[in-house]
Design a protein around this ligand. Structure first.
Ligand code: GDP
Ligand code: IMO
Ligand code: MG
Length: 427
């Protein structure tokens, strides 16, 4: 049972970092397979809090080898500062493996991300401004720069030239910005080569050999299902595939190797950036969820939009990812509400709809149909088993499980590693 995928079942920030870290002690490899430093994964170990952006959350478990797969986009300066930040706090990062095929977020792509958003004005996506979209666009346009290019100056120069050829035209003529000099970019990128060299590896080979030896490999998704470029709320999405299939392409592992797919699901819903969000709240309940849940972005510091649990989305995540389990997080945040609304279906143009509509227009018109579930007032943060939870909290979990289409195998009742109720073992 060696390969597990752990991914976001909603719009990101479900608590993937905590869930990955929890399993990190029992797995041999933790692999990021897509996204980049748009991710912000919080891990709380004892009284220490870590915010990871590019590094897999397994980096905090000493026995675990962290891997950045080919599907990730890597900003070298961010990677190096994340590594040195952890080293200063006594975390050993020497085992990290970085795919030579991963694409590099170049400084010009950070610029392009920001100017494009400004140019879009009201229609902007609300990106994290980290250069993610333009870097994946370069990859698809076959003008991307890969980690391995840092080790051949002549090839690197040719590739940067090719990329800037068009980009400088756009920057100067369309966006009224100064052109970016090839030499400057090449010099900056070459400056990272030696520092990254100890980590660069053929990660596809390493991971497949590990699986042959029955080692346990955990694939940690960034973002979430509804932010997926194919299956999310396009165009208000990120530029990669956080869904389960992304683990195969983004790490070079065949689908026959994946044995379990765990969806991380918040007991309510949040979203950062623009785009439709049927259960979004604009009242004091939304404000309370934001305050009690600490719903502020780890990467950009933006307030997260908050709303009630949406079972239509959870069912959709079960379907497109082939989820075998859910890890329900932040149940403790809901303590204190007398009644908790849960969205069971949508009403779209007067009709009740049970499944996520494929049409963007319909989804924009979707109004939540709520069922009210009784709340609880007891502190649940010390609960260690399902039976420790108050009856109404148990019923809330059971109702969500029934509506969402996969068993809830763990429940988060606080941010710490040990603030978790394990129902079915993941390993
Ligand atoms: P990620 O991007 O999916 O890793 O999630 P983030 O780290 O961006 O946001 C999740 C936040 O919720 C973090 O601050 C976590 O420490 C916190 N968290 C995770 N699980 C729980 C939980 O069960 N209860 C509470 N109260 N907080 C949690
Ligand atoms: P984690 O891994 C929540 C959102 C941005 C924006 C859209 C596109 O912490 O769950 P991008 O910079 O990726 O081009 O922005 O995606 N977004 C996230 N929202 N959590 C994340 O990561 C996100 N990463 C990107 O807010 O709406
Ligand atoms: Mg996050």
């Amino acid at each position: 049972m060696p390969a597990l995928v752990l991914l976001g079942a909603q719009w990101g920030d479900e608590g993937k970092g905590k869930a990955t870290d929890l399993l990190g002690g029992s797995v041999d490899y933790v692999v990021r397979y897509q996204g980049g430093n748009n991710a912000g994964h919080t891990v709380v170990v004892g009284d220490q809090k870590y915010a990871l952006h590019l590094l897999p959350s397994g980096i905090l478990s000493p026995g675990c080898t962290p891997v950045i797969g080919n599907g990730v986009v890597v900003d070298p300066s961010v990677l190096l500062s994340e590594l040195s930040g952890l080293n200063e706090r006594g975390v050993d990062t020497s085992k990290l493996l970085l795919s030579g095929n991963a694409h590099i977020i170049t400084p010009y792509n950070v610029t392009v991300d920001k100017v494009t958003e400004r140019f879009l004005g009201k229609r902007k996506i609300g990106t994290t401004g980290r250069g993610i979209g333009p870097t994946y666009a370069d990859k698809i346009n076959r003008v991307g720069i890969r980690v391995q290019d840092l080790y051949d100056e002549s090839i690197l120069t040719q590739k940067v030239e090719a990329a800037l050829d068009v980009k400088n035209q756009v920057l100067t003529k369309l966006y009224n910005r100064r052109a970016i000099a090839v030499d400057q970019v090449v010099e900056e990128l070459l400056g990272y080569a030696d520092k990254l060299a100890p980590y660069v590896a053929d990660t596809v080979l390493v991971l497949n050999q590990a699986l042959e030896e029955d080692k346990v490999v955990l694939f940690e998704g960034g973002q979430g299902t509804l932010l997926d470029i194919d299956h999310g709320t396009y165009p208000f999405v990120t530029s990669s595939n956080p869904t389960a299939g992304g683990a195969c392409t983004g790490a070079g592992v065949g689908p026959t190797k994946i044995s379990r797919v765990i969806g991380i699901l918040k007991a309510y819903t949040t979203r950062v950036g623009a785009g439709p969000f049927p259960t979004e709240l604009f009242d004091e309940d939304g404000e309370a969820l934001r305050r009690i849940g600490g719903e502020r972005g780890v990467t950009t510091g933006r307030d997260r939009r908050c709303g009630w649990f949406d079972a239509v989305i959870a069912r959709y995540a079960t379907r497109v990812n082939g989820l075998t389990d859910f890890f329900l997080t932040k149940l403790d945040v809901l303590t204190g509400w007398e009644q908790i609304p849960v969205c069971v279906a949508y009403e779209i143009d007067g009709k009740r709809v049970e499944e996520l509509p494929y049409s963007q227009t319909d989804f924009h018109h979707a109004k939540p149909v709520y069922e009210m579930l009784p709340g609880w007032s007891e502190d649940i943060s010390k609960a260690k088993s399902f039976s420790d939870l108050p009856k109404n909290a148990q019923a809330y979990v059971k109702a969500l499980e029934e509506m969402s289409g996969a068993p809830i195998s763990a429940i988060g009742v606080g941010p710490g590693r040990d603030e978790t109720i394990e129902i079915n073992s993941f390993l």
